[in-house]
Structures are given as C-alpha cells and as structure tokens.
Design a protein around this ligand. Structure first.
Ligand code: B12
Ligand code: SF4
Ligand code: SF4
Length: 365
C-alpha cells in the first residue's frame, strides 16, 4: 500500500469506477513485470518486419523493462476505448449511389478527430484521480500509442482481451474495434487475471488480408500491410502491391472486419459522439484537388494529417487507378504536373492503369 493511501483492492475498485464514469470501456490492472512478447518484438525488428518505422526500433530496452520508463513502477493500468459503430445507424456503412464519383475508404478508427487528442483529457483526469487517491510521491505517466510500450501485450496480461492471429487485441465483450491506453504508476494496485488466446482453429483474418501481410498467425509483415503502406510509409508504394490496395486511402480494416468476435462489439461513450461522417467515404476527386492549405484545413485535428498532403494524394492516385473510372483522367493528368514528384509519379501510374486495363474486380463506385 502507498503510504497513507487506500488498500490495493479498494483503490482499484475506485479507479475502475472512475474510469467507467469517464467513459472508458474497460479498465484493468497488471504488474510491472517485463512483457512476455519482448523477445518476439526484438525478433520482428531483427527480421525487418517493422519496415521503415525506425522509431519502433528506438530504445527497445524500455519496451522490455518498464522501470526504464518510470523508475519505481509497480503497476500498469490498461484501458480500452471502443470505436465500434452500430451498422444500422452508420451512414458511412451505406454504399455510394450508383453513378456518383469514386469514393475512398478510411479506416474506422480514423473517422474521428485524432484519438491522441480526444483521449488526452479523460486519461489526464484518470491519472490525476489515481495519483490523488494513492497519494503517490511520483506522478504516474499516461500513454495512448505515444510511448515505448508493448500495449497489446500488457493489455492481455491485464485481461482486457487476447492478441488475435491478426496481432490486434480482441475482447470477449468488445470485439476488436477498440484502442488501448495505459497508465504507468508507482502505486501498488491489485493485478487482474490475464486473458488467453481464444482464436481456436479460426484463420479468417489471415485469409482476408488482401496483400498477404499476415504470413503466419501472430506475425505481421508491415512491409506488405496496407495500413503501414498508406499511413506510415513515406515514399513510393511498391507497384506490385498497388492493385491490392483497392480504394483504401488511409489504413485498412480487413483483418479486423473478418473476426467473428465482433459479434460482441458495442459502441463506446468516448468516441461515439465524435464520429465524422465526412471522413468515412471521401470523394477521391475532391481530395485530388486539395492544395496544401486546403488539405490542412480539410483534415485539421484528424489522424489523416499524419500522411501529409503528399502521402494522402499518393494514396488517392492509387485508388483512382484501381477504380478505373475514366472521369478521373483530367484530374489525374493535372496531378502528373504536381510539384510533389511522389504525387506526379502515382498519378502517371493511375493513368496508365486506367488506359491499359479494365477496373479491378470488386473495386467499384
Ligand atoms: C507500429 C504499429 C502499427 C504498425 C505495425 C502493426 C503491428 N501489428 O505491430 C502498422 C502501421 C502496420 C499498424 C497497423 C494497425 N494498427 Co497499429 N500500432 C502500432 C504500435 C504503435 C506499435 C506496435 C508494435 O509494437 N509493433 C511491433 C511489432 C513487432 O509487433 P508485432 O509485429 O505485432 O509483433 C508482436 C506479436 O508478434 C507478438 N507475438 C508474437 N507471437 C505471439 C504469440 C502470442 C500468443 C502473442 C500473444 C503475441 C505474439 O509479439 C510481438 C511484440 O509484441 C501500437 C501502439 C503500441 N505502442 O503498442 C499500435 C496499435 C497496435 N495499432 C492499433 C491499430 C488500431 C491498428 C490498425 C487496426 C489501424 C488501421 N485500421 O489501419 C492496424 C492493424 C494492422 C494489424 N493487423 O496489426 C491499436 C490496436 C488496438 C487493439 N485492439 O489491439 C494499437 C495498440 C494502438 C492503440 N493504442 O490503440 N500499427
Ligand atoms: S490491416 Fe489490412 S493489409 Fe494489414 S494485415 Fe490487416 S488486412 Fe492485411
Ligand atoms: S479472425 Fe479468427 S484467427 Fe483471426 S483474430 Fe479473429 S478469431 Fe483469431
């Protein structure tokens, strides 16, 4: 027990109540022991599966030893934040009207203001509550995809869910449409029971991946992953992978959507009200017309800023090439003159694809 603080179990119960009040969909606790998958992480780096995400390779010792992030750490609080939307009330789930101009697909998590910003306030409030109740002498640290932490591993050990064969965490009560965040603390809290893998013989996510980025269960090759290619990759996208990207212009949800555990998915309080329908299926020709200033104002406060204009318009060109709609030819022709060579190159590819081939089956308007 922290000096003068509540007893471990009592403190945790109060924390979970506060997390629920703040809108988190799950809140559980684990110890500060090293994450079990730290050696897998190092193997993935050694095999180059992290592609060009050099930031992942920085400070691997911190990922394996949390006391290097917070000296004196005793517990990790993990929280889940659902971004599921009920398809019956989801206008973005409707297909575009026949004859309308081509639309792109944005991953579901990104159809909100940037979650790093949205979750700051509730995470800060939960951390302050913990620090006050536990009377810690050293302030706790909160993270939401913002630090050197193997988040899914810790969340499995806290019992939030299990790492599925698609490498994301799945909860028996939330499916897999949720984000993770955690608080590292010197307070001693009662740990929860860990969860274990419940995929059984299912391999649906592996078969659903359009690019073969899941070559084996629990193994993601970021070099082939559309999420990586469309969001994190900075340069030219390998030509052999472009057709399979279809109309995905920011992220990819195919392996997540295939998971049968999503029958338990439910919308959560923190993100539900913030859904932005204009980000769900944006008009590809409108996006291709954005200059630098228009791009910044169109996507202000959203995750899509991460790719910058050059990355997003690169993706838009690929999507237009894959749709094969000849109405895109004038805009793509203009884009071949874009001062940004990355966009010009992908526009030329799209024009060649529209000119020489019929549309990709299944990729339509
Ligand atoms: C880098 C990163 C990416 C990269 C690499 C993805 C990956 N699987 O690692 C890219 C850009 C591709 C990506 C994509 C996505 N990401 Co991401 N990503 C991260 C980030 C920042 C780091 C993950 C990491 O450390 N990767 C390192 C590599 C080596 O991990 P790995 O290849 O999966 O290897 C692990 C497993 O193989 C495991 N392992 C090996 N064998 C076994 C066996 C068993 C039984 C178990 C349990 C584990 C295991 O050990 C390794 C180390 O942990 C985390 C946030 C964080 N700090 O954790 C978010 C995070 C994982 N991403 C998230 C999301 C939402 C996504 C996307 C769904 C976004 C989208 N729609 O486009 C996709 C999903 C793609 C996929 N199938 O994973 C969420 C996942 C939430 C959840 N429910 O799990 C996280 C946790 C962010 C957050 N705070 O919410 N992401
Ligand atoms: S996010 Fe898409 S490309 Fe990446 S592993 Fe999942 S299905 Fe494959
Ligand atoms: S689709 Fe099947 S194999 Fe893949 S994560 Fe879900 S349950 Fe596991």
């Amino acid at each position: 027990m922290s000096p003068g603080g509540m007893a471990k179990a009592e403190l945790k119960a109060a924390l979970v109540r506060r997390a629920t009040e703040l809108g988190f969909d799950a809140c559980r606790v684990t110890t500060a022991e090293p994450p079990a998958s730290a050696p897998d992480f190092e193997r993935a780096l050694a095999e180059g599966r992290h592609a060009e995400m050099a930031w992942l390779a920085k400070a691997p010792e911190k990922r394996a030893d949390l006391s290097r992030v917070l000296p004196g750490i005793r517990s990790v609080v993990t929280v889940a934040i659902s971004y599921h939307r009920d398809p019956h009330h989801d206008p973005s789930a409707q297909t575009a009207a026949p004859g309308s101009t081509p639309r792109g697909i944005v991953a579901r998590y990104a159809q909100h203001p940037d979650y790093h910003d949205l979750l700051k306030e509730p995470l800060r409030a939960l951390t302050e509550f913990l620090d006050t109740e536990a009377r810690v002498t050293q302030r706790s640290l909160w993270y939401v995809d913002t630090g050197p932490i193997l988040e899914r591993d810790l969340a499995q050990r806290a019992g939030i869910g299990f790492v599925g064969k698609h490498t994301n965490l799945i909860s028996r009560t939330l499916g897999n449409w949720f984000l993770l965040a955690e608080i590292l603390t010197t307070a001693e809290l009662e740990p929860d029971a860990p969860e274990h893998n419940r995929c059984g013989s299912c391999t649906r996510c592996l078969s659903a991946c359009p690019t073969g980025a899941l070559p084996a269960p629990f193994t993601l090759d970021a070099r082939r992953c559309i999420s990586y290619l469309t969001i994190e990759h900075r340069g030219s996208i390998p030509e052999d992978l472009r057709p399979a990207i279809g109309t995905r212009i920011f992220g990819c949800d195919d392996c997540l959507a295939a998971c049968p555990w999503n029958r338990f998915a439910r919308a959560g309080a923190l993100l539900r009200e913030h859904h932005r329908a204009d980000l769900a299926q944006p008009d590809l020709l409108e996006l291709l017309s954005l200059d630098e200033a228009a791009f910044k104002s169109r996507f202000a406060g959203t995750s899509l800023l991460r790719t910058k204009r050059r990355g997003l318009l690169r993706n838009v060109c690929i999507a237009l090439g894959n749709v094969g709609d000849r109405r895109a030819i004038p805009a793509l022709t203009r884009a071949t003159q874009d001062p940004e060579p990355l966009i010009a190159e992908h526009a030329a590819w799209a024009l060649a694809r529209i000119g020489s081939a019929s549309p990709t089956p299944g990729v339509g308007l």
